[in-house]
Design a binder for this molecule. Structure first.
Ligand SMILES: Nc1ncnc2c1ncn2[C@@H]1O[C@H](COP(=O)(O)OP(=O)(O)OP(=O)(O)O)[C@@H](O)[C@H]1O
Ligand SMILES: [Mg+2]
Length: 322
């Protein structure tokens, strides 16, 4: 199930390691078997349908919810112990799924309060800048828009210099520009050697940001690794489409034995659609055909399987079981 991620002797411990986690909310077994790791310098996305157990997993990591089974190590500490929780909360930055702030404090006052809780506080101006809130510093929290409140949540998470950031749907309610600005901040944090664990329902966002993802469904990890690796293991194939103009020569109905693809030539020899695990042999044959007839392949499209394609396959079966 995992990509080849076997640590060598020299590899440092991951910032976060969750193995075989089970956890309950009241009488509900919200998490049954979740495993994931986050390394320094990595953005890892935790994906899954509503109610899959993402927030519960993060709550265990942060020490807000007890594990029933499994092991959890956060920056080398155990969130099940009081000393572990204290150490974790000193070194971590978090954006909860639902943030809460004192409505009558200004943005500046809110951030100053959180700076006061940190051993090594980040300068206020830097926090405002990173979260895109410099123009709202004097505003009371109650008068912020939904997206601005979400930015305040991020600013608070950056009150110190956290080695690990745990962000639960951090970009929900963001306009496209704010989302891209947030991606830049997250990339910058990872480039600086920090680890980021985030949940999101925007699969495009996960694909853009995260080198690795964990997909959970009905409380259990169903896939983990890179987006490409997951698609490969699921046997998802690239889609190749070629649309030729009406005046182009016709494609032959049979492109030869070297093409390992499910393909269909239609539209009077002017449209080709194919699914192939490796598109290269088909592309080579099409390139040779193009040269021999002297017509370009302008309308050629090759689309590798996306994270969204994998996600659909992975969560369709699990959802049906619920
Ligand atoms: N306080 C609670 N009491 C009882 N059940 C709960 C409680 N909190 C969560 N649950 C249940 O636990 C399961 C997992 O919830 P969780 O919040 O971890 O899901 P999630 O993956 O974060 O979903 P979403 O994408 O909607 O945020 C759900 O079935 C949910 O209804
Ligand atoms: Mg949640």
């Amino acid at each position: 199930m995992d990509d080849a991620q076997h640590p060598t002797e020299a590899a440092p411990d991951p910032l976060l390691a969750v193995e075989g986690l089970a956890a309950s909310r009241g009488s509900v077994r919200a998490v049954r078997d979740v495993s994931l790791t986050v390394e320094a310098g990595q953005v890892h996305a935790l994906l899954g349908p509503n109610g899959a157990g993402k927030t519960t997993t993060l709550d265990v990591v942060l020490g807000f919810c007890a594990a029933d089974a499994g092991t959890v190590r956060v920056l080398g500490h155990d969130p099940a112990t009081a000393t572990g929780r204290r150490a974790i909360r000193r070194e971590i930055g978090m954006v909860p799924q639902e943030g809460g702030h004192y409505p009558y404090l200004s943005v500046r006052e809110t951030l100053e309060m959180h700076r006061g809780l940190r051993d090594r506080p980040r300068p206020l101006g830097e926090m405002l800048e990173l979260a895109g809130l410099a123009h709202r510093a004097g505003r009371r929290v109650r008068s912020l828009s939904g997206g601005e409140r979400r930015r305040l949540d991020l600013a608070v998470a950056l009150a110190g210099y956290p080695r690990l950031l745990v962000l639960d749907e951090p970009t929900t309610g963001f306009d496209p520009a704010a989302r891209e600005a947030m991606w830049e901040v997250i990339r910058g944090l990872a480039a600086d050697g920090r680890g980021v664990l985030l949940t999101t329902h925007y699969l495009e966002e996960a694909q853009q940001l995260s080198g690795s993802v964990t997909v959970v469904a009905a409380g259990a990890t169903v896939a983990s690794g890179s987006s490409d690796g997951i698609a490969r293991r699921l046997g998802l194939r690239s889609r190749i489409v070629l649309e030729l103009p009406p005046d182009a020569p016709r494609l032959p109905p049979d492109l030869g034995p070297d093409v390992e693809a499910d393909l269909e030539v239609a539209g009077d020899g002017h449209r080709l659609e194919a699914l192939a695990a490796d598109p290269a042999p088909l592309l080579a044959v099409l390139a040779a055909w193009s040269r021999s007839v002297g017509h370009p392949l302008d309308g050629l499209e090759v689309r590798p399987p996306s994270l969204e394609d994998s996600y659909r396959v992975l969560t369709a079966t699990k959802d049906g079981e619920r």
